[in-house]
Design a protein around this ligand. Structure first.
Ligand SMILES: NC(=O)c1ccc[n+]([C@@H]2O[C@H](COP(=O)([O-])OP(=O)(O)OC[C@H]3O[C@@H](n4cnc5c(N)ncnc54)[C@H](O)[C@@H]3O)[C@@H](O)[C@H]2O)c1
Length: 394
């Protein structure tokens, strides 16, 4: 029986805990540390997590660390600004850690995290599902076959609705560090993996073009009088956008109150771009847009070699276009029902292996390059804010 502890038992941590049984392993969550027991328990029920009848709930991390000495694994799913602090504290418990991304939101945090784990015996798996999902692994196989030659350039894009990021606690820069850290961390991680090299230098830009504004920071849609005028109100999500089956359903939100996207004090970016030079000389460009919706959403990349180009789309499509023969191959990849394009299935597999055998995960913080996604995003943000090229180093 695997005994799992959770710190920050929200949507993501409960999802991963709930998946711990998918390979048939016997597990139970025996300890939870969260500042909101009611919502932690609701997430546990929603995700059908197996909870030990005597599961202990803590609202103090020091207590959790002192008393929970028999855990086989710990999942960290707090807001992003707390990941480093929690990981460094639970390191002394000596149980394998599964840690949400980004692993830090400031460089000094990342340095502290690296110092704490670089020689530690405690494995830290970083939650980077896009690197391990079937689509990415298939593309990696094609690259390794030599079909397109060496990867010289990757151009990635993530165009997705700002729904969660601008209407919940994720809009608070102090908690997330902005949209490079929140989203690009995934895309850059899988692109470094496909390129087979680590980042060396970056230049970037970020801007807030539409969201943000002059409304109070704590205004939520349910308290706002502009239901009919505002394109982002639950009223218009239902009436004009055709989302949900009623205004009441649109107003119910999985993260609680739906906060105003046009509030003053929102400092996160709604568009950004970054360009990396890798250690092997290849280049990666990535752009993000959080203004889009519906058919305008897309996520994927083009990967260029001398012999050919691969186009990958996270809807499950791969196109391999030869440059040296007039030939194009199209492949469809099924990702399965588990979240993050099927990548969470692999992350959970690795976490189980680590708990049972001690073998470190493919996305391990230290041995699996799990640190680079966050490091490169911190450097991209620094480049954008200073308007300078930044060397990527800890
Ligand atoms: N890997 C991925 O693909 C992926 C996907 C979604 C979210 N995430 C990350 O997971 C983390 C959590 O996101 P979520 O969507 O589950 O959010 P959430 O709001 O559902 O969960 C956060 C939990 O942390 C708790 N919490 C807040 N302050 C705390 C504290 N001081 N001590 C202990 N617990 C505290 C909250 O009560 C809540 O239960 C974020 O860092 C997010 O970036 C990762």
């Amino acid at each position: 029986m695997l005994k799992i502890g959770i710190v920050g038992c929200g949507l993501q941590a409960a999802t991963i805990a709930g998946y711990t049984g998918v390979y048939g392993d016997d597990y139970e969550v025996t300890a939870v540390m969260d500042v909101n027991f009611e919502s932690a328990k609701a997430r546990i029920a929603e995700k059908q997590v197996k909870l030990n009848a005597g599961c202990r709930f803590y609202d103090d991390l020091n207590d959790f660390v002192a008393k929970e000495v028999e855990l086989d694994g710990i999942i960290i799913g707090t807001p992003c600004n707390l990941h480093t602090e929690v990981a460094c504290k639970v390191e002394q418990m000596k149980a394998p850690i599964y840690m949400e991304k980004p692993v830090a939101i400031h460089l000094d945090q990342l340095q502290k995290l690296y110092a704490a784990f670089k020689t530690s015996t405690v494995p830290v798996e970083v939650s980077l599902p896009m690197r391990l999902c079937p689509l990415t692994l298939e593309v990696k196989k094609i690259i390794d076959s030599g079909k397109i030659g060496n990867v010289e350039q990757i151009v990635g894009y993530e165009d997705t609705s700002g729904e969660v990021y601008f209407s919940t606690w994720f809009r608070d820069f102090e908690k997330t560090g902005g949209m490079f850290m929140q989203k690009a961390v995934h895309d850059l991680d899988y692109m470094f993996f496909l390129a087979g090299s680590n980042p060396k230098e970056v230049c970037a830009m970020r801007a807030q073009r539409v969201f943000g504004g002059d409304k109070p920071f704590d205004l939520s849609c349910d308290q706002c009088g502009e239901q009919e005028q505002c394109p982002e109100s639950p009223y218009n999500h239902f009436h004009k956008l055709g989302m949900y089956s009623s205004v009441a359903e649109a107003a119910e939100y999985r993260y609680g109150r739906r906060m105003c996207r046009f509030s003053q004090g929102i400092k996160i970016d709604d568009i950004n771009e970054c360009i990396f030079k890798l250690e092997n000389g290849a280049q990666i460009a990535h752009s993000q847009n959080f203004l889009v919706r519906n058919d305008a959403c897309r996520r994927g990349a083009r990967i260029y070699g001398y012999r050919g180009t691969i186009e990958m789309d996270f809807s499950g499509k791969i196109k391999v276009m030869s440059h040296l023969r007039y030939q194009t191959e199209e492949i469809t990849v099924q990702s399965g029902p588990l979240s993050h394009y099927g990548g969470d299935k692999e992350l959970v597999y690795d976490f189980l292996q680590t708990m049972k055998t001690g073998q470190r995960a493919r996305t391990d913080l230290i041995t699996g390059n799990g640190i680079y996604g966050t490091l490169s995003c911190l450097c991209a943000r620094e480049s954008a804010d200073k308007r300078e090229f930044i060397n990527i180093k800890l």
